[in-house]
Ligand binder design. Structure first.
Ligand code: A3P
Length: 307
């Protein structure tokens, strides 16, 4: 397992290349365990992202969409779990949450549809995910916003004895493909290809499209997951209720997300910063932006994908 020398910054110093992708410190055991032990079921739904592409948002949306009859409507007395739990505690990552202990978790008896998340590249998914009929929802985000968001996030999570990484360092690494679960473009292209070839297997979404037309994208998501909205639901505000509950303002304003912590220890508030499209302009110089654009354009050449 090649790893990077220490002068590259605190996080990069502990990244390891595995199957062509950079894993963070402590990720390898979880990745190996879930590759070995996870058995996908045909009814499973897997949410896939590179870090900082809107995972938290999509977790909230998918959870609310799939449980919409349970927690909404006049007949329901149940308080919605998102009001008291962070989306990451409701939709666990396979490799970061479920398979980190020695014991193999008992997931077989969970009621369908089981909803899990992962940052794994397509070729690193457990074999059964690729072989089964389970569905994957992939969300990607503009690389400049992803890079800036990742820079903020890794600095917030840095151990107290480590100094901050500069944005220039973070950008250099990102452009060399050295980012958590990156190279970013290989991750995105892997899922984009499968989605083009087998659209019933992978739904390929963009953060920017979700922001621009959340209603249309939520309906698309429901159709893909074979739980389309009924005519009544389209009329009675169900779609808008889901979007409102899962919006940045709503989630980031909840007490649990202002002061709570995840079961895994991170503060919930680190997953909410600006939640906007194009915030990179506030951080990247023209040169920096052009550099990412050049690299990404070159890597995506011929794929038909624009980010
Ligand atoms: P910014 O750092 O640009 O604000 P992830 O969930 O994959 O870790 O990504 C985090 C990014 O998504 C952060 O971006 C965060 O603010 C944004 N985000 C979190 N919740 C969101 C929501 N409900 N709607 C839109 N963006 C959200």
């Amino acid at each position: 397992l090649p790893s990077l020398p220490c002068e590259q910054g605190w996080l990069a110093a502990s990244l390891h290349l595995y199957q062509g992708f950079w894993l963070g410190p402590r990720h390898l055991n979880g990745v190996l365990a879930c590759q070995r032990h996870f058995r996908a079921q045909d009814t499973d739904i897997l949410l896939v992202t590179t870090p900082k592409s809107g995972t938290t948002w999509l977790k909230a949306i998918l959870f609310t969409l799939l449980n919409r009859t349970k927690y909404s409507g006049s007949g329901s007395q149940l308080q919605h779990p998102l009001l008291s739990q962070n989306p990451h505690d409701l939709v666990p990552f396979l490799e970061l949450n479920l398979y980190i202990e020695q014991d193999v978790p008992h997931l077989a008896s969970l009621p369908p549809p089981r909803l899990f998340a992962t940052h794994l590249a397509y070729q690193s998914l457990p074999q059964s995910v690729r072989d089964s009929k389970c569905k994957l929802v992939y969300l990607c985000r503009n690389p400049k916003d992803t890079c800036v968001s990742l820079w903020h996030f890794t600095n917030k999570l840095r151990p107290k004895d480590k100094c901050e990484n500069s944005l220039q360092e973070a950008l250099d690494r990102f452009c060399r493909g050295v980012s958590l679960f990156g190279p970013y473009w290989d991750h995105v292209l892997g899922y984009h290809k499968v989605s083009s070839e087998t659209p019933e297997k992978v739904l390929f979404l963009k953060y920017e499209d979700m922001k621009e037309d959340p209603r249309a994208n939520l309906k698309r998501l429901a159709g893909f997951l074979e739980c389309p909205f009924s005519e009544d639901e389209l009329r009675d505000g169900t779609v808008d209720d889901i979007l409102r509950l899962c919006s940045f303002d709503s989630l980031s304003g909840l007490e649990v997300n202002k002061s709570g912590k995840l079961a895994s220890g991170e503060e919930n508030k680190v997953f909410f910063r600006r939640g906007e499209v194009g915030d990179w302009v506030n951080y990247l110089s023209v040169d920096m932006a052009e550099r990412i654009d050049r690299v990404v354009e070159e890597k995506l050449l011929g794929s038909g994908l624009r980010l």
